[in-house]
Design a binder for this molecule. Sequence first.
Ligand SMILES: [Zn+2]
Ligand SMILES: [Zn+2]
Length: 303
Amino acid sequence: MAIDIVSRRDWGARAPRGGYTRLDSTRGVKVHYTGGRVDPGIVGDHDLCVSLVRSIQRHHMDGNGWMDIGYSFVACPHKKVFEGRGLHRLPAANGSGLNSAHYAVLGLVGNAGLVQPPDGVLHAVLDAIEHLRERGGAGREIKGHRDGYSTDCPGEPLYAWVRRGAPRPGGDGGGDGDGPGAPPFPGRLLRYPPVTRGEDVRTWQRQMRTRGWDIAVDGAYGSASRDVCRRFQRQQGVEDDGVVGPVTWRLAWEAPRAAGTAEAGEAAGAREAADASEAGEVGDASEAAEARETADAPEEPRT
Ligand SMILES: [Zn+2]
Ligand SMILES: [Zn+2]
């Protein structure tokens, strides 16, 4: 399937302030996230993606003083790829001295709000990478911004995906992915009131119980299920509306179990300890690290 590019003209990009530095080839691509809160509403409204990309460009140009948005391409939940600096142009987002070795691709997720990358974002990141390989001389490497630079970017979920080899979602033939996958979303929202009943509710409750939450597996989604849902959503950094939609459903199977929060301890006690080592990787990377990227990551050579 072809890449679905949103051209600079289509997203209303400002003209760059000056000429780009040419890149003939790179070792590969580094994956980024926004480092801030991303409105989960973008999942249902592509116009919000467009606004967000514009605001990122504004921040990079007016805040950082860069000549353009720092990324080569931006991937949104609608499987669309925004043209940033584009092919054969030096990005600015990887950090000083690190931009000539890798293109920079941003996935539109953050450290709050929309935290887990929807499949559309992952597809679009991969579409951008394939495009960069075919047309931009990108090599085979796929890395995270944090590889070789002090930042928590691209956030734990995207970074874990990169570390798994950046597999295409959807698993044609199952593949060799090692992560436990969520069963298909049932296609309706599990919510209360009124009580939602069914096998899908039971499936979700059983999984939450497996994760360590104190919840009855009775196939009836009432106030108790809603409360567990809310606490789980807060723990995961998504909107705590108490409704099990596609994202909350998938998180129940695919999110690493949280460690180091009171809620995780309260919910699951010792069983969380088994997963602590993975979460510990980011445990001490402060959120401030990503802020530093934009605050003082030196600009690319001004030539
Ligand atoms: Zn980054
Ligand atoms: Zn979009």
